[in-house]
Design a binder for this molecule. Sequence first.
Ligand SMILES: [Ca+2]
Length: 282
Amino acid sequence: MSKLPKKLWSPVTPILINVGLSLLLRSCLVASTLDIGLVANFRFNGDFADNRGNLSNAANYGSSFTNDRFGNSDSALSINGAQYALINGLGTVLTNATSGVTVSGWYKSSKEFFSGFIQNNFANPSPSPALRIGVYNGGKVYGNLGLWGTYPGGPYNDMVSQEIFSFNTWHQIIGVIEFGQTPRFYLDGEPCYLTSNLPVINAPFIFDSPFALGTSFEGGVVMTDINYIQNGAIDDLLFFNRPLSDSEAKSLYQTQSVPEPSALSLLAVGFGGLAMMRRRRS
Ligand SMILES: [Ca+2]
């Protein structure tokens, strides 16, 4: 095998090694912090499975798959009109959370909507906080804790942000409940400024209600009101059994804003660097 001219491989080798090591280090760091407490991960890459293997497949009611935010086909949940899906069993992975919970997802919609609503069963008469993610009133991010009027220390209003969710493009929304703190929301990694009178949320936090995708599941039923229904797509829905911090929310946004480097591409870069080093030695 003929040697590469020195002028070619000399500058290329350290760059390749550097890129490979940086990518590897980055994926290791992300995995080591943002994997902690990640109890469910729905990637919707052509299926309804929880990538963590803790929950059953989301139950599908007419939804399908569409392009994700990177243009990959059949890699995000597509929901329009009466279509929706339900995630069941969150109580088994979130109810025993000791410090709080986090929900993170990527959303695209042509209209206002409400999504999710982690909550206790309304058949249980005692008021309990819940966590709903919504986009309403011209695109403002709405948080909602449910049953606010009867929550101790209430009544409270919906949490309304100043930040605007622009329609027809992908955005990440993160909702966090940290016990002993007021709830918080993030839009594209940045904290939302919430305008209303906010309650401090305390444990225990019980979840035994389905989490809806494409609309909201409230009071024991799937909401079919036009104001609730999302027209668009959802992807990378994550549930943590702990509260993410400001820096973690930002890091999660940054990590998920670029395509994941595949294991194959990391190996290719690594081997490319090694091959250059061997050629240099020979
Ligand atoms: Ca996906």
